[in-house]
Design a protein around this ligand. Sequence first.
Ligand SMILES: [Zn+2]
Ligand SMILES: [Zn+2]
Ligand SMILES: [Zn+2]
Length: 135
Amino acid sequence: MNNLLKNKKISETPFRLEVLSIFNNYKNAIPLSVIEKDLKSYNRITLYRTIKVFLGKGIIHEITISGEDSNYAICEEDCGTNTHTHNHNHIHFKCNNCGIITCVELEKYPKISLPNYKINQLEIQASGVCSTCNQ
Ligand SMILES: [Zn+2]
Ligand SMILES: [Zn+2]
Ligand SMILES: [Zn+2]
């Protein structure tokens, strides 16, 4: 995981590695407030810039569920390195019980074609009871 930044051609700084390690500590998507809480010390502007770089390079992706703050989650390894070419075969699941948002892999991601439209990105969101709460 430490090679992730190098693989995506992003220069490693202690701060970027620290932000990355926070993402690795969670198995689910996290909002900015969780990252801020876990950082020892930070500068808001540097944090925003880091998030922007990570989003743009396919390190993390943003999940926006209506009525919620944006959440961020680590990308799949082969994710595109451009904000508009994120390529995920998973859905975003929001648990109505614990409130956690998770990226859930799908064996077969549905393919949708719209005549005369070009789809760059397809996002599927679901809500209900997550596997932990459902036990
Ligand atoms: Zn991605
Ligand atoms: Zn849950
Ligand atoms: Zn995701």
